[in-house]
Design a protein around this ligand. Structure first.
Ligand code: HEM
Length: 410
């Protein structure tokens, strides 16, 4: 009996998962329409694909046919059939109640998700995650790397144009470099382990086999869940230390108009951070903050639902209508909340990873003299004059005002 019940559950679950993929991702329940009789001979009188699709579209399905198949009558499929019953003991009403969430059931697990025993809106998410998310996300990263490689081949390394002075200026204090490397190190670990979670089944299982991948995935998940805190601390440190230097001002307009002097020979004036760096800073803060919030929501499943409320605000603003998305669903099951949190977390991470790849390039091989700023903390004065002339002037005038003091890294 218990074995039968569990196999029925599995069967129902598989049906629900398999066919719900065909439902549009954000479809709201539509108005009930006239009941349509299905031909159920192919399933021995059981639910058909048509029934499931209609139910997922929010259309009315007459479930009366299921009551005829309780096993009490001669029409009951034999137990030897794939969809056979165990006679009257198959408890179809109970399972139907479980399926439609109206059975009077108590579980040992507590929490919001325990109230939903079978959720049939997961398949579109599973397929989106395994399909477009993985494919487009992967190509975004590969495309960014290819573009950076092309840029390197065409433009070469950005050299220090003038004569090197042999003198250095302190650019970042130890605590600033610590904050940066905490953020950078944790982000790289999170990016790699996140990619393992998303793409491991597709690429690592064929390469290494199931057993080794199981160990890799377990470690990967452990690292991802725990290193998240270092990322959050690094993000807060970087924000607090650098926000004043990243407020937009007039110098940014000129810098952007000249594309930072990337393609010409000139060097537009810049303070401590130029407009390009300010864009990197705010991308890191805004996108990194959003990744952190959705990550915490994933780390404590069902405790911090974010999306039903957000969708409500968005609907009220009229933006989804304008974008042609219709009305976003404002009632979500706890599982659907997690689905959206996972997708958001992954999509925003891909975007930030692409941006950070460009940052890593320019902070290392892309520009002579840049890495020292985060390596030793001291940069060649000529490099500083070329890329941050206004900042050098500030530092020099402060030094002149207080001779003998070490150069403050502000
Ligand atoms: C190996 C990886 C990395 C290298 C080599 C690197 C290098 C650098 C360097 C040299 C600077 C200072 C630039 C200057 O003196 O003006 C810098 C700044 C910065 N880094 Fe990184 N970084 C790396 C990874 C990361 C990551 C993963 C993040 C964020 C998740 C990040 C966020 C920032 C931010 C916000 C700044 C300040 C704004 C800017 O200069 O663009 N870095 N990085």
């Amino acid at each position: 009996m218990p074995a039968f019940r569990s196999s029925m559950t599995v069967l129902l679950l598989s049906f629900a998962m398999l066919f719900s993929a065909l439902a549009p991702a954000l479809a709201q329940d539509g108005p009930p329409s006239a009941t349509v009789e299905s031909d159920r001979s192919a399933t021995g009188g059981a639910t058909t694909l048509e029934d499931i699709l209609r139910r997922q579209e929010g259309l009315k399905v007459d479930n009366a046919f299921r009551r005829q198949n309780t096993g009490a009558g001669d029409d009951a499929p034999p137990v030897s059939d794939q969809l056979g019953t165990l006679g009257g003991a198959s408890d179809p009403d109970l399972w139907r109640g479980v399926r439609f969430n109206d059975a009077d059931i108590s579980t040992q697990i507590r929490g919001p998700a325990a109230e939903v025993l079978i959720q049939d809106r997961g398949m579109w998410w599973l397929q989106f995650r395994e399909g477009p998310l993985l494919t487009y996300g992967g190509w975004l990263l590969v495309g960014t790397i290819v573009l950076l490689a092309l840029f390197y081949l065409l433009r070469g390394r950005i050299r220090i144009d003038g004569e090197k002075t042999g003198r250095t200026i302190e650019r970042f204090k130890t605590v600033e470099r610590f904050g940066h490397w905490l953020l950078a190190g944790s982000f790289i670990l999170l990016g790699l382990t996140g990619l393992v979670s998303l793409m491991g089944r597709k690429f690592l299982i064929p390469a290494f086999g199931h057993e080794p991948y199981s160990a890799i995935a377990t470690w990967s998940k452990w690292i991802h869940n725990n290193v998240a805190w270092a990322f959050i601390i690094g993000l807060v440190m970087v924000f607090v230390m650098w926000v004043v230097h990243n407020l937009p001002d007039r110098t940014d307009v000129k810098w952007l108009a000249q594309a930072g002097g990337l393609f010409g020979n000139g060097h537009p004036p810049a303070k401590k951070f130029n407009a390009g760096q300010k864009l990197i800073f705010w991308s890191t803060i805004v996108l990194g903050g959003s990744i952190a919030v959705s990550g915490v929501s994933l780390l404590f499943p069902f405790e911090f639902p974010l999306f039903a409320k957000t969708f409500g605000w968005l609907n009220a603003s009229g933006l989804p209508e304008l974008a042609g998305l219709g009305t976003l669903p404002e009632t979500l099951s706890p599982q659907e909340e997690m689905q959206f949190a996972q997708l958001w977390h992954a999509i925003v991470s891909f975007v930030l990873m692409a941006i950070i790849l460009a940052h890593i390039y320019i902070g290392s091989i892309g520009m002579e003299g840049a890495f020292d700023a985060m390596g030793s903390g001291d940069v060649e004065e000529q490099w500083a004059r070329e890329h941050h002339s206004l900042w050098v002037d500030e530092v020099k005038s402060r030094e002149a005002a207080a001779p003998g003091r070490t150069t403050p890294a502000e």
